[in-house]
Ligand binder design. Structure first.
Ligand SMILES: [Zn+2]
Length: 426
């Protein structure tokens, strides 16, 4: 059963989002939405590229419904979304009734941040199928050099024209395919955190995905050829994925160990200036890695596990502290605090490995609801034109390899990276 975007919006309760639309008349739809629901004046945040790709159509559609437009336009160079830039957009929009972003992750986050700051609505005109954050209630902005995910008001409406999206760089759409498919691993992380650590889990949030994985896998080669029909499928899947996070009230359905691997690269980049790749590109390589861990976990015989021996070979807290100091220098204390929230003393760890063995049947059933072999996901990302190995990333491969053992320390969320380490799998 396919859940439509309209139905998904109805199922997200208590959030302001009212419209999600993917179609070649998205510009006119957005203008009609603005005329019906929003005030007269609008601050448009865009960059030269996104304005060239989708601006003309949209601005004339807004002109036709008499919206007054003030522009905040950035140059054509890629840049990171920072809190300062978000505040700059807010300052430029003091007099506006609403914010409109024409762009992808960075520009949309700036509009969402500005809208939240001033208590004004935002709407988004997505120009790339690159990530699932359009419909989310979080922004990922750099604050004093480090990327932080912060809750924000979701946008009132998200609109995308697949023909405009088809003009974005190929790597962006491939990143979107990968960001979406990360769910094949992250959903298992979430279910398992619920089973082993009693963390909050919402089956309702997973209903948004019904049938979408198959559709995205089937359409990946079309994404590789930049076909608008294929991009429409990916856009819809990404919007549903964002809505599932809204329904869950957390990013857990779509962000597990594979996202920690990507965050590790982003944090290194922010602190030390090493290159980083697109969010979804890094997440895709992380997903292939994490599905490989799940594959090994699924092949374990729970009866053969020796929990005493496994607990004995875990790194001690002093070694972990030293790694964190080495990796994160000036922000090591913050990272250490995250790790302390989920680190278990030996007895609790032994008990957790015991629960894994005892409830293995239930755990396997849950994982198999979302799990796909790493080769299947790698093939789809590859067909869409994206990277699947650390060496193919525009980020240092050695940092990714380090992340494989150390990324689990950077956040308090329990993921497959923790489970694999506890079970002696690397
Ligand atoms: Zn993501």
């Amino acid at each position: 059963m396919k859940i439509t975007l309209d139905e998904a919006i109805r199922r997200v309760e208590g959030e302001p989002i009212q419209a999600c639309y993917v179609g070649t008349d998205a510009a006119e739809r957005l203008a009609a939405f603005a005329a019906e629901h929003l005030g007269r004046s609008c601050l448009v945040v865009a960059d030269e590229n996104t304005l060239a790709a989708g601006g003309d159509n949209l601005l004339s559609a807004l002109g036709a419904v008499q919206r007054r437009i003030v522009h905040k336009t950035y140059g054509s160079e890629t840049f990171d979304a920072t809190e300062e830039l978000g505040d700059e957009v807010a300052a430029a929009g003091q007099e506006a009734d609403f914010f409109l972003a024409i762009g992808s992750g960075t520009l949309c986050d700036l509009a969402k941040h500005a809208g939240t700051k001033l208590g004004k609505p935002s709407v988004l005109y997505a120009t790339a199928a690159s990530m699932n954050g359009y419909t989310s209630g979080i922004t990922a902005l750099k604050v004093r050099g480090l990327k932080r995910t912060t809750p924000c008001d979701p946008s009132l409406g998200v609109f995308a024209d697949p023909e405009v999206v088809a003009t974005a760089p190929q790597r962006m759409a491939a990143a979107g395919v990968a960001d979406f498919l990360s769910k094949c691993s992250s959903a298992s992380d979430w279910r398992t955190a619920h089973l082993l650590r009693n963390e909050y889990y919402s089956p309702k949030a997973m209903e948004f995905y019904e049938g979408t994985v198959e559709r995205v896998l089937g359409t990946a080669p079309g994404v590789g050829r930049a076909e608008p029909e294929a991009l429409a499928v990916v856009l819809e899947a990404l919007l549903l994925s964002g809505l599932s996070m809204l329904a869950a009230g957390s990013s857990s359905p779509a962000s597990g160990g594979e996202h920690l691997l990507s965050h590790y690269l982003d944090m290194k980049s922010a602190l030390y200036g090493t290159p980083h790749d697109l969010h979804g590109a890094q997440v895709g390589v992380g997903t292939v890695h994490c599905l490989g861990l799940w594959e090994q976990i699924l092949s374990l015989d729970p009866k053969s596990l020796d929990s005493d021996a496994l607990v004995d070979v875990q790194p001690d807290e002093d070694s972990i502290r030293a790694w964190i100091e080495e990796d994160w220098g000036p922000v090591a204390d913050e990272v250490w605090a995250q790790w302390q929230e989920k680190s278990l003393p030996p007895d609790s760890l032994r008990a957790e490995i015991g629960r894994f063995a005892r409830d293995n049947e239930e755990l396997r059933e849950g994982v198999l609801e979302d799990y796909l072999p790493p080769a299947t996901v790698a093939e789809a990302i590859r067909a869409a034109g994206g990277p699947v190995t650390p060496e193919e990333l525009d980020a240092p491969a050695e940092e990714f390899r380090k992340a494989a053992t150390r990324a689990r320390f950077i956040r308090n969320r329990f993921t497959v990276l923790d489970l694999a380490a506890e079970l002696g799998i690397q």
